[in-house]
Design a binder for this molecule. Structure first.
Ligand code: AHR
Length: 332
């Protein structure tokens, strides 16, 4: 640790103490909140997280906290956003820089608006690792790496499946995540690439904010506006797809016959719905990359270089049988 950083650490730990009081859900990755231990032996990690958002996020952030434990030599300070608000994330990020943590993990609620924070961390010689979400504009000199499944490739596989499933075309809609979230643009890009010159026609695209309730209400409106003449739904996450399935059934449509629904994430509820015929295709967006993140942190702090984008493998499931084959062992 450089003298500059050590000095800042001594000054910043008081700020970290205030941070621990100020951040409602701030907690370390282990049961002992005062797990400072010998600073020489424990790596302090500031995790600027999204917080409650759905099953995928819960699985991902639980996995990170279960990986960066005291037994593994870490003091993880978990700082979830307040109501998905980016300002609360930037405040937590700033407090971690001031506290002189050894490394920052960032899952950004918004893609843009991170340059100043990332530059401050760089000046403080604190490496930043992006988890899941990218930043826009993407300046990979400002962070060590991004660890995530490849959204463009995942969505491209959904588009390719849709084009093959509807050789005669048909009407489709897209249920998107919130505007401004980086993965939304990546998924739209990949899906369109996968569709290629398909005769499928997009009749609507709206955000349903990753929510099952909104997915249901938005798709209800879409069905009414199109006299139920929609044959395919691309839902950018499981919850919105499950909501659309409810709306389809309440409109008297048979899923798999009248309308097909494809989603991204691969959480248990969606895999069960696929097995039960309430969804048609589910592409995993594997959230369980805590061990990869831990390996990257260790390499980074040891001065070793890592790839600027570390892709987490994720599988596609295109039938009830495929879902049934994995349900029993599903970890999220
Ligand atoms: O960034 C990943 C997305 O965020 C997941 O697909 C979605 O479920 C989560 O809310």
């Amino acid at each position: 640790m450089s003298v500059k950083k050590r000095m800042r650490t001594a000054m910043g730990l008081a700020a970290a103490g205030m941070l621990a009081i100020g951040l409602a859900a701030c907690s370390t990755g282990d049961s002992d909140a005062n797990s400072g231990g010998d600073a020489g032996e424990v790596t302090t990690v500031g995790f600027v997280a999204v917080g409650p958002e759905g099953a995928w996020r819960e699985a991902n952030e639980r996995n990170i906290q279960d990986t960066f434990t005291k037994d593994a030599g870490f003091d993880l300070k978990y700082a979830p956003a307040t109501n998905l608000d980016q300002k609360s994330q930037i405040d937590a990020f700033t407090s971690f820089v001031d506290a002189g943590v050894d490394v920052i993990l960032l899952s950004a609620t918004e893609a843009s608006g991170w340059e100043d924070s990332l530059k401050r961390a760089q000046e403080a010689e604190i490496p930043v690792i992006l988890l899941d979400r990218g930043i826009e504009p993407n300046d990979d000199s400002l962070y060590v790496t991004r660890i995530a499944p490849d959204n463009v490739e995942v969505a491209k596989e959904v588009g390719t499946w849709a084009a093959a499933t509807f050789p005669e075309g048909g009407n489709y809609v897209v249920l998107e995540g919130p505007a401004g979230v980086g993965v939304v643009n990546e998924r739209n890009k990949g899906f369109d690439e996968g569709l290629g010159d398909s005769s499928l026609t997009k009749v609507d695209a709206q955000t349903a904010n990753w929510s099952a309730e909104e997915g249901k209400s938005v798709f209800e409106t879409m069905l009414k506006a199109n006299s139920n003449n929609i044959q395919f739904v691309f839902a950018q996450n499981d919850e919105m797809g499950l909501g659309a399935a409810q709306a389809a059934e309440e409109a008297g449509l048979v899923i798999g016959t009248d309308v097909k629904i494809a989603t991204i994430d691969g959480t248990k509820n969606a895999m069960q719905a696929l097995a039960d015929g309430q969804l048609s295709y589910v592409h995993e967006y594997n959230p369980l990359f805590g061990e990869t993140a831990l390996d990257v942190v260790k390499k980074t702090l040891a001065g070793e270089s890592v790839e600027s984008y570390i892709i987490v493998p994720s599988k596609a499931f295109d039938s009830a049988e495929a879902a049934k084959a994995v349900l029993a062992d599903r970890k999220y």
